[in-house]
Ligand binder design. Structure first.
Ligand code: AHG
Ligand code: MN
Ligand code: MN
Length: 320
């Protein structure tokens, strides 16, 4: 296991050395995300001081109000990912269609990202984040973004909270790096993260209970009878990060109004499921493992039930 305190760049290079055929391309891809996230982190920590708070009076493809920090984070991600030359196609929550950066036309990868997750929490100083999902290029078209989550080559998130952390996996274990702003480096703080196989926390927006399926209403009541705690922050990155560390279940189910739930597959459900499964947890849409979904649309939504393996399996079984 890598040593606590190791910096992210050294860690990425050491990982690269484990793959004889590695060309360094993947390392360049990850460091582009690292650079963009450091700038977003600096902007987020000062958001209250500049006029980037407040709605950018735009609405994105999913109908969410776009906050100015969303736009800034989106532009920063696009700029750094394009400049890296490693991505032939990109999808963002903030862009209706995929984009194909000129510099990345020979790039070996495609990426989908949520530049700022938890937008509704920006101006109340609650943790928000960036989520990313990387797949291999197949034929260099937007179809390359529509791959099953199980085929991801990497997935991760950055959480801009009491400290900024970058958590990611390349399919063999999950590692968390905390940003030391005094030196501007991410340092390994959470090696080989594992989801507890059972927890005592459930995370779901109970305001929608009137629109839930009766089985879900009954199941959530069962949590209350068993003395589970409810924790719901309203930023997926924060709710998933807590679930990864403390265990339990995070759920954003379908309901009578939203038959596919709210969370988008490419840049929310799929990357988070890849992380949780690589940390020993489980993730399901209720009908199938999240990572087995074959997406058909860029901003496709899926129901999400993820977290501790035992809790998720019991819940999904009870809801069938
Ligand atoms: P985003 O800010 O990127 O649009 O994502 C918001 C999502 C997700 O972060 C969170 O889990 C969910 O919205 C909360 O939705 P509700 O407010 O309906 O609970
Ligand atoms: Mn989001
Ligand atoms: Mn977002």
């Amino acid at each position: 296991m890598a040593k606590i305190g190791m910096d992210l760049n050294r860690f990425i290079l050491e990982e690269e050395r484990k793959h004889k055929s590695a060309s360094g391309s993947f390392s360049l891809a990850l460091t582009a995300i690292e650079s963009a996230s450091k700038i977003v982190s600096a902007k987020v920590s000062k958001a209250g001081l500049s006029n980037i708070l407040g709605a950018a009076d735009e609405v994105n493809i999913s109908g969410d109000d776009v906050q100015k920090l969303d736009v800034l984070a989106n532009n920063l991600m696009i700029q750094h990912l394009s400049d890296s030359g490693q991505f032939c196609a990109m999808a963002s929550e903030e862009l209706e269609e995929a984009i194909f950066p000129e510099k990345g036309k020979d790039g070996r990868y495609v990426i989908a990202f949520d530049p700022l997750d938890g937008s509704s929490n920006i101006n109340v100083n609650v943790s928000i984040g960036t989520i990313f999902s990387i797949h291999k290029r197949v034929n260099g078209t937007a179809d390359d973004l529509m791959q099953q989550g199980r085929k991801q080559v990497a997935a991760g998130y950055v959480i801009y909270g009491s400290s900024t952390m970058l958590v990611y996996t390349t399919g063999n274990g999950v590692n968390g790096f905390t940003l030391d702003p005094s030196v501007g480096m991410y340092l390994l703080s959470h090696p080989d993260m594992k989801v507890p196989e059972k927890g005592k926390i459930y995370s779901i927006n109970e305001a929608y209970a009137n629109k839930w399926d009766d089985k879900l209403v009954a199941y959530i009541k069962g949590y209350k009878d068993k003395g589970y705690s409810l924790r719901y922050i309203g930023s997926m990155v924060s709710d998933v990060h807590r679930t990864l560390i403390k265990g339990g279940v995070f759920a954003y189910p379908a309901d009578k109004k939203n038959p596919d739930g709210k969370l988008r597959y490419l840049y929310e459900a799929s990357p988070m499921a890849f992380i949780i499964e690589n940390a020993g947890g489980a993730s399901s849409t209720g009908a199938e493992d999240t990572l087995d979904v074959k997406p058909e649309e860029l901003h496709q939504r899926v129901p999400v039930f993820l977290g501790s393996k035992i809790d998720v399996e019991e819940m999904v079984k009870a809801l069938k």
